[in-house]
Design a protein around this ligand. Structure first.
Ligand SMILES: [Zn+2]
Length: 191
């Protein structure tokens, strides 16, 4: 999947969670940080790809990306697996706990957003022809639908004309369906 598809998928997943969870009183700073960190989480599994969007968005990122590349064993390996989820859950919790000591935002919420982004990325990649090695180091890539030719090629017409607009449509539905909830949330910050 392309970076912007991952960005939108993360945004969609976070919107859905916000819409369906009981209302929480979070500060605006926490909300904005969580959304941004969620987007980063949604790009993080591709750190095993030196040309990944995440690296391009960071200064000197492509250099760091090339250092990470051999370490993570090439594209779609450990970072695209359950072990990768657990590793990054642990690592990000540790990092956010440190940052939380200086920054006045709710790091539990920020961490949840990061993980929503991360897991959404793997789910989206599962829809692609390449598949995802969920059970790494077992060298089998899972995909949905199971028949490879029915899955999506990255940056293909299908991704651009079906998946991306499909996600936009889903967002429109979520915001329409839970309109009151989002309005309440906004009122909380505007008043
Ligand atoms: Zn990926």
């Amino acid at each position: 999947m392309m970076g912007r598809t991952h960005d939108l998928a993360t945004f969609t997943a976070i919107s859905y969670v916000v819409a369906t969870q009981p209302p929480q009183t979070i500060t605006l700073a926490t909300g904005i940080t969580a959304l941004l960190v969620g987007i980063v989480g949604g790009l993080t599994p591709d750190i095993d790809q030196p040309t990944a969007d995440l690296w391009r968005k960071l200064p000197a990122g492509s250099v760091i990306g090339r250092i990470f590349y051999p370490f993570l064993g090439g594209h779609r390996n450990i970072s695209h697996s359950i072990i990768g989820i657990l590793f990054f859950a642990w690592l990000s919790k540790f990092i956010f706990a440190k940052i939380g000591q200086i920054l006045l935002v709710d790091m539990n919420i920020v961490w949840s957003a990061f993980m929503i982004g991360y897991i959404t990325h793997l789910i989206m990649d599962t829809l692609t022809q390449e598949g995802v090695p969920w059970l790494f180091p077992i060298p089998f890539k899972f995909g949905f639908p199971p028949l490879r030719f029915l899955r999506i090629r990255t940056a293909s017409f299908m991704e651009k004309s079906m998946i991306f607009p499909g996600l936009l449509f889903l967002d429109a539905y979520i915001y329409y369906r839970y309109y009151d909830k989002f309005i309440d949330l906004l009122k909380h910050y505007i008043k």
